[in-house]
Design a protein around this ligand. Structure first.
Ligand code: AP5
Length: 207
């Protein structure tokens, strides 16, 4: 099975489509954002180190991320990398311990990202993702899957979102050209419904 990278700005819908790709294609989900939030919640040394970077919308240092991912992945196949790699150094580091077969680039503009993230809520217990406008929970404030409390991420405040987008443009957007030059990049318009985005990616995977 192939290793897949989901690349795109914050709020592009990577996590939303990743959950469905994992369910329907059986990928192993590696989301560096989820892994870091788990470390922060458990107040581990790694979580303590990452917390400030995340709250400010800055990237956690490359060597920390690479060592965390390497421990989790270790030459497995069928891995879906969500929000990783995010810098050239991470992309090159990843190639030293596993291969990348396909990269999906989520194309969406900054205003749409800000709109989506200002109304995103996540489950404090299981991490499921909702949107008050486009994907509201059945019972307000409660997770459909586990009944957990829905909260707003600290870094989803508008001023932090704008900074995360700027960091993405500076550090992560150059990976589009990096993967394009390797013939691995597939562009997907992410300003469509979650189902349309999923179908577009499923078609690429089945080709
Ligand atoms: P991370 O958690 O990875 O955040 P991100 O990449 O900024 O992505 P998001 O989770 O914000 O967005 P998403 O694209 O998954 O969108 P979602 O599906 O939720 O990283 C957080 C922080 O951790 C970073 O800032 C950094 O500090 C650190 N970090 C993580 N990885 C790192 C790395 N590799 N290196 C260094 N530091 C790292 O959707 C967003 C909203 O829109 C939801 O409400 C959803 O319901 C809605 N939505 C989704 N799809 C659609 C659609 N098609 N139409 C309408 N609404 C939609």
């Amino acid at each position: 099975m192939k290793n897949l990278v989901l690349l795109g700005p914050p709020g592009a819908g990577k996590g939303t489509v990743a959950a469905r790709l994992v369910r329907e294609f059986g990928f192993i989900h590696v989301s560096t954002g989820d892994m870091l939030r788990e470390e922060v919640n458990r107040n581990t040394p790694l979580g303590q180190l990452a917390k400030g970077y995340m709250a400010r919308g800055e990237l956690v240092p490359d060597e920390v991320i690479l060592s965390m991912v390497r421990q989790r992945v270790d030459a497995q196949q069928g891995v879906l990398f969500d929000g990783f790699p995010r810098t050239r150094a991470q992309a090159e580091g990843l190639e030293r311990f596993t291969c990348v077969d396909l990269v999906i680039f989520f194309e969406v503009d900054e205003e749409e990202v800000v709109r989506r993230l200002s109304s995103r809520r996540i489950c404090a217990s299981c991490g499921a993702v909702y949107n008050l406008v486009t994907q509201p929970p059945k019972v307000p404030g409660k997770c459909d899957l586990c009944g957990g409390e829905l909260i707003q991420r600290e870094d989803d405040k508008p001023e932090v979102v704008r900074h995360r987008f700027a960091v993405y443009m500076k550090d992560s957007a150059p990976l589009v050209a990096y993967y394009q030059s390797r013939g691995l990049l597939h562009r997907v318009r992410a300003d469509r419904s979650p189902d349309e985005v999923f179908q577009a990616i499923a078609e690429i995977l089945r080709a």
